[in-house]
Design a protein around this ligand. Sequence first.
Ligand SMILES: C[S@@+](CC[C@H](N)C(=O)[O-])C[C@H]1O[C@@H](n2cnc3c(N)ncnc32)[C@H](O)[C@@H]1O
Length: 299
Amino acid sequence: MASGSHDAPVGDALNAAIDAFGAAGIETPRLDAEVLLSEIAGLDRAALIADPGAGLRPAQSRAFSEAVRRRLRREPVAYILGRKGFRRIELEVDPRALIPRPETEHLVELAVEREPGTLLEIGVGSGAVSLAVAEELPGCRITATDTSPGALELAAANAARLGLADRVELVEGTLPPGNFATGIEAVSLPGAGFDLILANLPYVADGVALEPEITEWEPRSAVFSGPTGYEAFESVIGEIAGAPFEVAAIGLEIGQGQDERVARLVREAGFTRIGVRRDLAGIGRVVVGLKQGAAGSPD
Ligand SMILES: C[S@@+](CC[C@H](N)C(=O)[O-])C[C@H]1O[C@@H](n2cnc3c(N)ncnc32)[C@H](O)[C@@H]1O
């Protein structure tokens, strides 16, 4: 990468980065180079291509060299940029939490469709799901939990930055304590429960080979569940089944091929109507469970 006192052409910097990323086995070398360079040069991607002779100032050249160096260590582009778009919001991201994935937007779609008055999200991570729902459903009261203090800090920072801190209560653990922890009497309190629970839990079995961007940078506890990949589902669904509060509906993001077994767990927890939401490729992404009498369809 060019550096020094003279302006270096963006086209040269871009091509050198694409070559280096390609040689390192990075899956999308051109896209990654363009995204990083457009951020640093302050130009959109089309402008980079249209005007390869445009100059990069020395400080920009140095910043781009540093970004390329980080990417060659397989750090994800979102961590290098420090942010990721999700639905209509942009989240700050860093290795304290999983980078929100596009497929997780199915959980938000389920919430938007059902318009819950109260939502519990288990495993909030960066805050993506809860904050997107808070932004899209102004009437929804949200409680969000995570067992990772680092993820909760990041979610709190995102909530504050997006002006949504008063809409999402963050709690360390799996289920919220509060009134519910006082015991069975709490169940009879009006409003003691949730219209919807959403969770994108870790669902990859230990030992499954994933890209270094995931295994070396994202939190292990956000990705891997245990030897079978179902451990988090089993323990969380078990806790929900034994919780001293009512739940009308649940939506759980799943990995490819996990629909049948997760659907069985959800049914065993007392949800009588079960459906699987699929993406455009027909891959099951969310298992939905509805209790007897809950409105709407699980499919
Ligand atoms: C796959 S990440 C999802 C993060 C975020 N919801 C998203 O979709 O981008 C799973 C999150 O669940 C948390 N987690 C794992 N087991 C949990 C449990 N039993 N209770 C609460 N959170 C848990 C992890 O710390 C991690 O932040």
